[in-house]
Design a protein around this ligand. Sequence first.
Ligand code: HPA
Length: 288
Amino acid sequence: MSAFGTAQAMPSQDFLRTERAAKFILARTKLRPRIGLVLGSGLGAFANELAGATRIDYKKIPHFPRSTAIGHAGRMVIGKVGNVPVAAMQGRVHLYEGYAQREVIFPIRVMARMGIRAVLITNAAGGINREFKRGCLVILRDHINLQGTNPLIGPNEERFGVRFPDLTQVYWKPYQDAALQEGKRLGVEISQGVYAALPGPSYETPAEIRYLRMIGADLVGMSTVPEVIAAAHLGIRVLGISCVTNMAAGILDQPVTVEEVLETAERVKADFVALLRAVIPRMNEDLP
Ligand code: HPA
């Protein structure tokens, strides 16, 4: 290694901040979560049902970004799903709130530092695939990053991961299969699809939705992809679940509104909670 080699480089600011936040959280609970949950717009209710929970507002956690989006509580909840200790993010932050990508992925890195080995990432999304119905749940098979940026741009922190992370199997197939099986067993309407991420905050135009369909997207949203890329960098397996809260622009003869998004998320809450409750123990059986 040369005198300027990277292997012994000083930890980056990002790394030190991540460590500080992780220590702060772990000092407040005896649980040692192995699975992280990111609960998207209107989908945070699941965290209210965790047993023996410790709740910490994002604003109390050092360096943690605060969520400003509607339908996001802005709280980390550490508790158990059955026997499985989890760390749940009740709400996330987005690029459109003005946060830099590295702030968007900070909580994923903190959860990794806390010891999670897998993450279940959820979101509200617009349905592009005409076979989807409003309210159906979709297991993500893959994604298309159209946010015009990447959360790993900048000097690489080797303590997090490699310079060029592989994304071929980040949506872990055994988790997809487990989620489909559990969905069918519960009688929940469930499909599979490819998620396209745009920066937002405006919803798409009908022409953009036609374009997204042509390039192979089934769903569209404004989140998830940065977090999934960060998870891949950290070597963490991902299960992604979208709730189709509305049909994407131009599919129906009606506008896309945040009221519809939140109303649908509220309506599918029971199905969503049941699916997560069933899938998390299955993920726990298959941790790296
Ligand atoms: N487009 C983008 N993001 C969304 C949508 C949509 O139609 N619905 C929920 N989040």
